[in-house]
Write a protein of this length. Sequence first.
Length: 212
Amino acid sequence: MKRQIPLIIVLILGIFFFFQFFVPSRISTNILQTTLQWTIVISAFAIVLAIGSLFNHHMLKIRRRKPHWWNSIVTLAALVVMALLGIFGRVKGLEPLGELYRKLFHYVQSPMDQAMFAILAFYMASAAYRAFRARSQEAALLLISGFIVMLGVIPFGSMLWTKIPDIAEWIMMVPNMAAKRGILFGVGLGITATSLKIILGIERSWLGGGGK
C-alpha cells in the first residue's frame, strides 16, 4: 500500500495538470497556484532532508576514515558556520556576524566558484580538441564551421574579411538552429514518453528500492 498510494496520487495529479494545461479554467488555475505554493513548502522540507543526507554521508566517511575524509570535516564545518552566521547575523546586536558572513562569501566562496569555472574552461578546450579532430568528413565539416564561427565573433575575423561575421551568423542561425531544433524535438519526445511512463506507473524507479 505504501507504493500504491504515491502511484495513485501521481496518476490523478498527472491527468489533472495535463487537462489544466490544455483546457485551463478559473478553478483549475486556482488549484494550480495553490499547488505551486505547496511545492515551495515541500521544497523547504526537502532541503532539510538533503542536509540530513549530506551529514550522514560525510559522517560515514569520517567514521570509516575513507580517502580524503578530512575534506568531509571541512565541508560539515563550513556548512554549520555559514548557516549559523547567516541566521544570527540578522539578529539585532549581532551585525558583525552578518558582516563576517558576507566576507566569507565574497572572499572564500566566490573565488572557489571562479576557480571551478576556470577549470571547466580547460575541460571544454580539451573536449573541443577531441571533437574537432578531422577523422571523417563530418568531423572536418564541424572543424571548419567551428573555426569560422570563432573567427566571426572576434575582431580579428572581420579584419581578415568583412564577410566572415555574416557567414558565422548564417552558420549559427540556419544549420546550427536546424540541428538544435531537431535535438529539442527529441528531448521533448523523451520528456513526454518518460512523463507518461511515470504517470501510468510503468516507470517506478523514483519510488526507490528498485522500483518494483
